[in-house]
Design a protein around this ligand. Sequence first.
Ligand code: SF4
Length: 329
Amino acid sequence: MKHANISIFVPHIGCPHMCSFCNQHTISGTQKAPAKDDVQRICTKALSEIKSPECTEIAFFGGSFTAIPQNYMIELLESAYEFIGNGKFKGIRISTRPDCITPEILDILRKYGVTSIELGAQSMSDTVLESNERGHTAEDVYKSSDLIKSYGFELGLQMMIGLYKSTIDSEYQTFSAIKNIHPDTVRIYPVVILKNTKLGELYLSGEYKPFDFETVLDISSEFLEKFENIGIKVIKCGLHASEFVENDMIGGFYHPAFRELCENKIYRRKIECKINSNEKNYIFAVNPSCISKATGQNKSNINYFKKQGICIKITGDENIAKYEVELRR
Ligand code: SF4
C-alpha cells in the first residue's frame, strides 16, 4: 500500500535563522500557525476519508518543528498522538533543522509517537551553508543524523541544488556525504528563488548567478538514480506544485513535474549509452511501469533521438528493474 502524509504546516515560528532562500509563508501557502484544535479537526476529517490510515503519517512540515516553543510543540504532538495506532494512523513525521536536535527533544518526540524525522541539510559544504545563512554546519548534520538513527527513528535528509556559492563540486560533495550517512529517505530540491528573500536580492543584483536548468536537471537526475540504486528512497524531487510558489518565484528551477523530467533524463542517458553510430532502428525494453518515463513527457525522448535520425521503440518487460534498459534489437 502506498505511503501517504496528512500535511500540517507550521510556518516560520521560532526559527533561529532566516536562510537566504526561505519564505516559508510562500512555500507552505499558509501564514497562520495551527492550534491543537486545528490538528484535531484535520486528523478527524482525514481519518474519515483515508482508506488505509495504517500507511499514513501525520506530518508537521513547513518551519523547524523542534525549534518552536516547547510547550506549543508538545501541545501539537499531544493532539496528533490521539490519532496514532489502534486502527488509526501509522505515526507522526516532522521536519526540522540539524542544530535543533538533542537527546531531550528526541525523548519527547519518541514519547508522542513520532516515527520519522527529516532534517534540512541543504548542503554539506560549510561555505555554501554559511553563504546562505543557514546558521549550522555540515558537522551538525552528521551529529544529529547519528543521534536520530541511534534512537531508531526513520531519518530523512533534504538537499538543495544550486544554492548561492554552490559549485558542481560542492553538489557532488553533498551527494557523497548524504550517501555515506545513508538516510532512509532523501528530498532533492532544486533552488527556487522567491520574492522577499536574501537570495532574491542577490539574484536581482546580479551577485548570484544560478546554474542553468539543464545542469540542474542533469545533476538532480543523476543523484535521484544513484540514491535509489543504493536503497535510499527519494520521496520528493522538486518542490510540490503550488500556486503560491508559482506566483512568488522570480528565478531558479521550478517545474510542476520535475521528478518526471529527471526520470525521462535517466532513461535518455541509458538509451544513449546503447546506441551505436551505424544502427538507426532500436527496440528497448524497460519495466512496464516505466514505459512512459522512458518514452519521455510528450514523447520527448523518442523525438530527441528522431531528430538525430534514430528510431526508438520502447517495450515492457516485468523482469527489468526500474531505471534499467535492455536492448532488444
Ligand atoms: S530553517 Fe527552514 S524554516 Fe527556518 S528559515 Fe531556514 S529554511 Fe526557513
